[in-house]
Ligand binder design. Sequence first.
Ligand code: F3S
Length: 63
Amino acid sequence: MKIEIDLDKCQGYAQCVLEAPEIFELNESGLAQTLAAGVTSENEKYALAAADLCPMQAISINN
Ligand code: F3S
């Protein structure tokens, strides 16, 4: 599974970073970027929760 962030949608709300700081961080522009290359069985639930929490629905988790 792979994490994709739509930077046209991201507004820097950082809910993803708060939910899953091992997976997401903010870049120098204040928008989300990933720290982890992909979703593992260990971090999957946090990635999915972060995607759900994003107010802009900017995060997608794809197979
Ligand atoms: Fe951006 Fe959503 Fe995270 S707006 S900073 S992807 S919570």
